[in-house]
Write a protein that binds this ligand. Structure first.
Ligand SMILES: [Zn+2]
Length: 372
């Protein structure tokens, strides 16, 4: 909590931008900025300058850019062409914040799927269950394949969505900060993390222009995000920039060259086509739009990370987890078990980049600790 929080909530601060006066503290607080909490890794996404609290806004010292704070979440997004409308996102966040406070976070999550995503009642209910199931999966992942990555802090979950990874960490008495492009999801994350006993450390930001100080992180986790980022090279460059010496990262993504259907649209063979043909093929096969998604092959991902000066990483095709298979249909269950047999075979493993369903990239930065 920051100075003046009781007198003027972020909600009122936001209203004040639309005409209602909001009495704000007159002194500039140099460090404990609104919504930032104790985590001091946030910075200006444009010039990486230090942020100071100026009344109820955050202001960059060097470049004087101002950033609002919405529902306690600092909005450190640069204006950039993305799929998201910032004004709509901010006003939805206010609605979601009130709903979560009044009726609980589960109701609020349902509302995001039902009203922002326009999903049916059944699909929305299913997706709410998935969010909670994902917290359990994150709990498990933090203790298994992510354990080596998340040893050193500070840790950021890039593209945290509703904050399942941070909630799982809170349940284990650990701290993982979250960044996402949507304040609506970050508002859910705030309530969810608190429900799991954690202290949320969240910021809205673009993956291509992270509001994180250079060389400041011990670890960065970004699961199923790279395929949705417009600037995939910039995303990798930013990961390389923000990780400190010996900083570790873990990303996951569906494989472009996969024998299973494209997971976002359920269409077979999408990744084997040249990129310009993918959207027309998806439209033809399913009637769905194929936008804001570009799956990468292992070769493409390797090139992107190498170009970001990251060379110390490995690509792993894991077997499909039992708890995932548990919710499959009988046919898919059979196929999944067959897939797991094949992927564990040491010769077939070598061919995995040309048929595997999804992969992990695990690595560290080549940065060396220098004494000042
Ligand atoms: Zn700046």
């Amino acid at each position: 909590m920051w100075a003046g929080a009781d007198k003027c909530s972020p909600f009122r601060m936001w209203i004040s931008r639309y005409g209602t006066r909001c009495e704000s503290p007159s002194t500039v607080v140099p460090t404990m900025a609104p919504g930032i909490g104790t985590l001091m890794i946030w910075c200006c996404p444009s010039c990486h300058g230090e942020l100071v609290s100026n009344a109820m806004l955050l202001e960059c010292g060097p470049c004087a850019r101002q950033f609002p704070v919405v529902c306690e979440v600092p909005d450190l997004r640069l204006e950039a062409p993305t799929w998201i409308d910032y004004e709509t996102d901010r006003s939805r966040a206010l609605i979601i914040d009130e709903l979560a406070s009044a009726k609980g976070v589960e109701t609020a999550i349902y509302d995001v799927f039902r009203h922002s995503r326009k999903f049916s009642h059944e699909k929305s209910t299913y997706r709410v269950k998935q969010v909670y199931a994902s917290i359990e999966r994150c709990t498990d992942q933090l203790q298994t394949w992510l354990a080596a990555t998340v040893q050193l802090g500070p840790i950021v979950d890039l593209g945290c969505g509703p904050g399942q990874m941070s909630a799982a960490a809170a349940g284990q008495d650990r701290q993982i900060a979250g960044i996402d492009v949507s304040i609506e999801w970050l508002t859910i994350a705030k309530h969810l993390i608190r429900a799991y006993g954690g202290e949320p450390q969240l910021a809205a930001g673009l993956a291509e222009a992270l509001p994180i100080k250079s060389n400041s992180l011990g670890a960065l986790v970004s699961l199923d995000v790279i395929e949705h980022v417009g600037g995939q090279q910039a995303y990798a460059n930013e990961i390389a920039r923000v990780l400190g010496p010996n900083g570790r990262f873990a990303i996951t993504t569906p494989n472009r060259f996969s024998l299973s259907p494209e997971p976002h649209v359920g269409v077979w063979g999408v990744g084997y086509l040249p990129v310009p043909w993918q959207a027309p093929w998806v439209k033809l096969a399913s009637g769905s739009q194929y936008e804001y998604t570009r799956l990468l092959s292992v070769k493409e991902t390797t090139r992107i990370f190498n170009d970001a000066s990251m060379t110390d990483f490995e690509v792993i095709f894991p077997p499909i987890a039992d708890e995932e298979i548990a919710i499959f249909s009988p046919l898919r269950t059979k196929l999944a078990h067959r897939y797991n047999q094949i992927i564990r075979n040491k010769f077939m493993k070598l061919l995995a980049p040309y048929f595997g369903a999804y992969y992990r990239v695990l690595g560290s930065t080549a940065k060396i600790e220098t004494t000042p």
